[in-house]
Design a protein around this ligand. Structure first.
Ligand code: COA
Length: 274
């Protein structure tokens, strides 16, 4: 029997293909401590290889999604501990950006309450972000005298318009889910009481699609983003071949056969039967 998902700082509930992952430091508003980041490094590695998981939803326990980096445990406590600080910095970027950005299964950030500072990293790294309309967002670093570091400044500039990024980072002002939707920081804002249902609806629709096509597509989009056209053309041709090679369910042949021979579906409007 596989090891249970038992972590001090993260709750995991796997339900019919969806892994509901929840940061679990509600008393500290899910501020990200080195220990929480360490847990998440392992959790993501396990979920990526767990055959029962097709989609990962990242949420948070209690009043809000995350209050960002733990100002006490991640910053002040590590100021004079160079080794621990190096480990903590590596692990925090490892799960929130390096791993999540090209995670091999679809990921959805489900944001309620608030999201501050360092939380923007995993917000942007996830493939989808569904937020409550009344959720409060803030790039508050300037309010306590630092810059949006880690990978936040870069990720933000790649995600939202230039004017919005400067406005938010230089003023530190808060904004709600509707404004986050307007500037495309998130996929969409929904009424708070519909957040879970809307997120689950999206996750279940993704579970109907070919997992290798999803994996290859998200990686193709995200990795080719920084390439020249020549590099991207070559990379995407190789990625196309890799995806077909990896696809044990033979989706390419199955989809064509169901459309051309069986005439059982129209690929412009629906997925082939898996
Ligand atoms: N780091 C460390 N501890 C934090 C924290 C953070 N980022 N955010 C909240 N906490 C702690 C508080 O110190 C408090 O601890 P205590 O109970 O031991 O005193 C506890 O969480 C609850 O915080 P509190 O401010 O009382 O909760 P709230 O619900 O009234 O407000 C926030 C929630 C998130 C609006 C507020 O805590 C806040 O502004 N946090 C900082 C957010 C931020 O700027 N993050 C950027 C970091 S990159």
């Amino acid at each position: 029997m596989s090891k249970p998902y038992d972590y001090e700082n993260v709750l995991i509930n796997i339900d019919k293909g969806i892994a509901w992952v929840s940061l679990n430091r509600p008393d500290k508003r899910n501020a990200m401590s080195p220990a929480l980041n360490h847990d998440m490094v392992e959790v993501l590695s396990r979920l990526e290889t767990d055959a029962d998981v097709g989609v990962v939803v990242l949420g948070g326990e209690g009043k809000g999604w995350t209050a960002g980096m733990d100002l006490s445990l991640f910053f002040r406590d590590l100021d004079d501990k160079p080794v621990e600080r190096a480990v903590a910095h590596r692990e925090t970027n490892q799960w929130r950006w390096n791993h999540l950005y090209t995670f091999s299964k679809p990921t959805i950030a489900m944001v309620h309450g608030f999201c501050f500072g360092g939380g923007f990293t995993q917000l942007i790294a996830c493939d989808f972000a569904i937020a409550a309309e009344d959720a409060v967002f803030g790039l508050s670093e300037v309010n306590w005298g630092i810059i949006p570091a880690g990978i936040v400044s870069k990720a933000l500039m790649d995600c939202i318009p230039y004017r919005d990024a400067l406005d938010l980072c230089l003023t530190g002002r808060t904004f709600d889910g509707k404004e986050a939707d307007r500037m495309r920081l998130i996929t969409r804002a929904v009424p708070a009481d519909a957040l879970r249902a809307e997120t689950e609806k999206l996750a279940r629709s993704l579970l109907k699609l070919n997992p290798e096509a999803l994996r290859g597509t998200k990686q193709a989009l995200k990795v080719s983003r920084g390439m020249s056209y020549d590099q991207a053309g070559d990379y995407l041709a190789a990625k196309f071949a890799e995806q077909k090679f990896r696809d044990v369910e033979g989706g390419y042949a199955k989809g064509i056969s169901q459309f051309i021979d069986e005439k059982s579906y129209r690929p412009a409007f629906e997925a082939y039967s898996r």
